[in-house]
Write a protein that binds this ligand. Structure first.
Ligand code: ATP
Length: 373
């Protein structure tokens, strides 16, 4: 598709699945990835609106649940099956390389100029479908070219180096030569662990995260165990945190991981994956003892490093096995409350897992009540 054929109306038409969006006095525009993806014929991942004025007030008109993030005047409105991110149109000033910017209200045109790449610096106003774009943005989109908006872009905000790798990989776009040379000269060194962690999490959520990491090899000399990564992702069940699984497979120091300001759960998953030892065949009860408290992502890694069949059996079958009885039944049958209840249940589950105990509830109860525990 050439630039001349781009129809901003297609962007507005794609908004039909959202609640009615306001087009009142403040100028509001759809911006960034949504416009870019509609233009490319791709399914947009999310809807971003830029508002000349109070983004939180506009968010409240959408209904649904509203979350306001004060520092940058952004807000999120969400409901069943939809989510809209709104931001106040702003200009930015970076007090120091890698630091968070200081922001002040500005026009949408100025807001486009603070963005990461020209292909994201395109907006369509809600009121009249006017197309607003940074210089060269539409040509770059047509050419599939990633270009920063100014010379200091990567110095001001080195997270854009990771964003560059993500977009190049996801969209299959080329990095134009001036941008490539600026990226070559830039470093991630000024970023805080928290900002790096946030952007790494996004990079590792891409469809082909291993390829994104390969693009970053010079900036982030962390080697990923590629074959293990692919095998572990294949084993990991759908509910897995794939980003944290991959993070754990990087050749990193555990102290570095701790610095990324992950959530407690994310850190636990990444660390368990980092430490996972090769899985070896064992009776189901032994697997249960070894893995019952281990994040499922780490079991997938253990399988990828060792016996994949054992890990798969754990993931698909063994971990789902539960007893039909609980502690209440044992107490009702006269067993005193205390740690022995847990021990009896554990012994019964082990027998059930290994196939030495068959039968339902009655058999389980008899087994749990029998003998010393
Ligand atoms: P997509 O562009 O597909 O929405 P994404 O989920 O990575 O990908 P967000 O992180 O939600 O995008 O960012 C939305 C928009 O905000 C981007 O299109 C970009 O214009 C802008 N943006 C985000 N991060 C930065 C940054 N560090 N510097 C400049 N602009 C940014």
């Amino acid at each position: 598709m050439g630039v001349a054929t781009f129809d901003p109306g297609a962007v507005l038409a794609a908004l039909a699945r959202y609640p009615p969006l306001p087009s009142g006095s403040a100028r509001i525009a759809v911006v960034g990835g949504f416009v870019r993806d509609i233009w490319l014929g791709r399914e947009p991942r999310e809807l971003d609106l830029v508002v000349e004025g109070d983004a939180a007030a506009v968010a409240r008109t959408l209904g649904g649940e509203i979350v306001v993030h004060e520092p940058f005047g952004t807000a999120t409105a969400s409901g069943a099956g939809w989510r809209v991110d709104l931001a106040m149109a702003r200009r930015e000033r970076y007090p120091a390389p890698g630091a968070l910017p200081q922001v002040e209200p500005a026009s949408i045109e100025e807001d486009l100029a603070r963005r990461d790449f020209t292909v994201n610096a395109i907006a369509v106003t809600l009121s009249d479908g006017e197309l607003l774009a940074a210089d060269g943005a539409l040509d770059d989109l047509a050419a599939g070219s990633l270009r920063v908006l100014h010379e200091r872009s990567f110095v001001d905000d080195p997270t854009r180096l990771l964003r560059l790798a993500r977009y190049a990989e996801r969209l299959g776009f080329a990095v134009e030569p001036w941008t490539a040379s600026l990226a070559d000269d830039a470093s991630l060194g000024t970023l805080s662990g928290g900002r790096l962690g946030g952007e790494l999490r996004l990079a590792l959520t891409e469809r082909d995260p291993v390829a994104v990491l390969a693009r970053l090899a010079e900036k982030l000399p962390l080697v990923i165990e590629g074959p293990v990564a692919h095998a572990a992702l294949a084993l990991a069940p759908p509910e897995s945190d794939r980003a944290m699984l991959l993070l754990g497979l990087l050749s990193l120091e555990e102290a570095w991981l701790a610095d990324l300001e992950l959530t407690t759960r994310e850190h636990e998953v990444a660390l368990a994956c980092h430490r996972a030892v090769a899985a070896a065949d064992a009776p189901p009860s032994a697997l249960w003892r070894a893995w019952r408290a281990v994040p499922i992502e780490a079991v997938a890694v253990a399988g990828a490093r060792g016996d994949a069949g054992v890990a798969r059996r754990w993931i698909e079958e063994i971990r789902h096995v539960v007893l039909e009885i609980g502690g209440d039944e044992l107490i009702a049958a006269g067993i005193a409350e205390g740690p022995q209840i847990g021990r009896r249940l554990e012994r019964t589950l082990a027998a059930k897992l290994d196939g030495t105990l068959t039968g339902g509830r009655a058999a389980e109860l008899a087994y749990a009540l029998a003998g010393e525990s």
